[in-house]
Design a protein around this ligand. Structure first.
Ligand code: NCD
Length: 304
């Protein structure tokens, strides 16, 4: 795509070649992310970070990525500390931060916010999650994790498990996987199935998807079990959440004998038991680390 000065809003703006390019650069960044090598390629550059929704990994890995490349960050981790509490609107806030920064990262609970902001500010805008919409940088790190751990993405069977209705990570990941030669299964309670329009788009791109509410239907053929949190904050009705929560718990006993690795964007609530953490199945902490080299690769590519 020619990344210089580009907005990163949706994974659908990427081609397979674009994704492969970022993963290649991410591999080169890994020794710097691990502090084995040094780089100052973003020296003097500033990243504006506007987090209107909670975040741990996404925000901190963007900060780590910027600082490992000798750049700096400004911004807020919750809108409560910004002038939003004085009634300032989003447009004014992002315009100002856009003036201060060389790129802007934004997370917001409203779908479409990152695209809206990209039209207002002149510097590149990165979507760090817009409501139940998209989370493209998470998808890139998810794909990088598969590549680093399993050596490839093509030919894998990837099963997405949990809240496929409201989970932005699985929405982005589903679109990305459609560009590869993979088998895909969706495992969710029937109330939290992948939205129709995404199923329709996947069908149009020729991807065959197997859907079930029973993880045992897919476990034996799965290479990557991608587990997600039930997105409590997106439920219009708290009673509905209480009814569905705890629908899945992946524990060591369930996994025993399978060849799958377990990934999760985190945070987890109770969908993966702690007895998986230090086994060869549990790869979610490694996955969280890979957020740093992948975000370094993106920042290096888009900031002039
Ligand atoms: C995810 C998110 O914010 O969409 N977290 C993350 O960025 N690693 C997943 C979640 O909140 O469940």
């Amino acid at each position: 795509m020619g990344f210089n000065q580009k907005d990163i809003i949706s994974i659908r703006d990427f081609t397979k070649k674009d994704i492969e390019y970022i993963l290649k650069i991410a591999a080169e960044m890994e020794p710097i992310a691990r502090s084995k090598e040094k780089s100052d390629i973003l020296s003097g550059k500033l990243l504006g970070m506007l987090f209107y929704e909670p975040s741990t990994r996404t925000r901190l890995s963007f900060e780590a990525a910027m600082k490992r490349l000798a750049g700096s960050t400004i911004g807020f981790a919750e809108a409560g500390t910004s002038s939003a509490t004085k009634g300032e609107n989003l447009t004014d806030t992002v315009r100002i931060v856009g003036e201060y920064s060389d790129a802007v990262v934004i997370r917001h609970n409203k779908e479409g916010t990152a695209r809206f902001v990209a039209d207002i500010v002149d510097v590149p805008v990165i979507n760090a999650g817009d409501g139940a919409g998209q989370h493209p940088t998470q998808t890139l790190l998810d794909l990088f994790t598969m590549k680093q751990i399993l050596g490839r993405i093509d030919d894998l069977h990837i099963s997405l498990v949990g809240d496929l209705k409201y989970g932005r990570t699985v929405h982005s990941l589903a679109y990305a996987l459609a560009m590869f030669d993979v088998d895909v299964s969706f495992v969710s309670p029937k109330e939290l199935k992948m939205p129709h329009e995404i199923l329709h788009d996947l069908d149009k791109s020729g991807v065959e998807v197997f859907e079930t509410d029973d993880i045992n239907d897919v476990l034996n053929k799965t290479d990557v079990l991608y587990v997600t949190r039930i997105q409590k904050e997106r439920f219009p009705d708290p009673q509905e959440y209480s009814r569905i929560k705890g629908a899945y718990t992946i524990d060591y006993k369930l996994l025993e004998g399978s060849n799958a690795i377990v990934m999760h964007p985190l945070p987890r609530v109770d969908e993966i038991s702690h007895d998986v953490d230090n086994t060869p199945y549990g790869k979610y902490f490694e996955q969280a680390f890979y957020g740093v080299p992948v975000r370094m690769a993106l920042l290096k590519s888009i900031i002039k």
